[in-house]
Ligand binder design. Sequence first.
Ligand code: ARG
Length: 466
Amino acid sequence: MKLWGGRFETEPVEIMEEFNASLSFDRRLYREDIAVSRAHAMMLGKTGIISAEDAKAITKGLKEILTDMDKGKFTFSPSDEDIHTAVERGLGEKIGETAGKLRTGRSRNDQAVTDLRLYVMSDIDQVAMLIADLMAALTDRAESEGGAIMPGYTHMQKAQPITLGHHLMSYVFMLDRDAARFIDCRTRVDILSLGSGALAGTTFPIDRDLVAKELGFSKVSANSLDGVADRDFVLEFMADAAITMTHLSRFAEELILWTSREFGFARMSESFSTGSSIMPQKKNPDAAELVRGKTGRVTGDLMAMLTVMKGLPLAYNKDLQEDKEALFDAADTLKKCLRIMAGVVRTLTFDAARMSKAADDDFITATDLADYLAVKGIPFSAAHTIVGNIVKICVRKNKRLTDVTLEEYKDFSPLFERDVLDVIRVKRSVERRESAGGVAPKQLKSQITAARGLIAARGNDPSPGA
Ligand code: ARG
């Protein structure tokens, strides 16, 4: 069926039909599409634009179509251009020509974008819960095993000792910002476009507030051109998804390093690893690698849609049909990756001994040594130079800071006393960093408490339809 056959004398060629159709990907919007149509029909009846009887027939028919589609019993026709066409055709087959009244005061342009807004709002709710679940998985591990000391890195060189808990919690706060971004984005998705008509509104005395209320939108769009042409909400969702994926990929990369033989900080569970067809010994961290790789896809989806929107004149253009595949791909990928990462985190085995061995190495407490001198009254810059010299000599003599005797330290500065040997211990270095947000165990505890509050606020039930 065509919703626009009247003006045409011939049919489009087959390849054009196929090129034009969006049913293969927009059929996943059927619930939203039917909800939007039911709200519209109800409003048409209440305002007297159509008779109450017709409105009732339409809403009843739509309800049956919903049931059929839910059960997989609805037969889509190859000629259904999109989900809107399929539903209207199905309705016509059920209730006859009254079905055509559903189109009063409405266009597919405002309908398609309204469907999508509903879909994105529900996806945002799911994503926020999945993020909270990953935050909970990380916080649990930080609480149970977070005291383990590990090296902290800058430039991928050992920098200062930190704890596993401190490292894991950094991702919790990152993820909380991601969730906040999605929730903020939701306020700009939560706008009813329906009622904008094709582009200029409608001559019918429609009641948009009624439709908004029925569908759960908190506002109606203020300008009909913007109402049909706005896809900022899609861009914003995808930008938020790309940022979240970027965070996941940083963590994925670290997990890949940590689970390597060279690091050996953790082992990935067999349930999230795979093997090699030729090398019998291999256990590869595929889950993390795929998360890292799929980040490219989601960033690509965002770029694709920004490019579609660039220079697009108002109002509706068929280019806008491209919004759906990119959005669905970004949302599906993100949701899958969040679930995978939560599973990976819950099943990792950390090797505290390997981490602590890696931390107790190198000149990792050199900053503590410089701080020690600065506390005794010399400028930090001068202390930095003295410790730099100590490190230089140590490198030359193949010694570690802990191999240097008190007498040797005193040769570099008379300010060194016996307690310096304590200050350069890795454990002390961690314990003494008590500044707010620092690596000390007390600070980790308050991070965990704060995170528990954030997780509770986001809700941590990832089940609903995600
Ligand atoms: N399938 C279309 C889309 O996804 C629906 C809107 C069609 N509007 C039109 N004027 N042809 O954007």
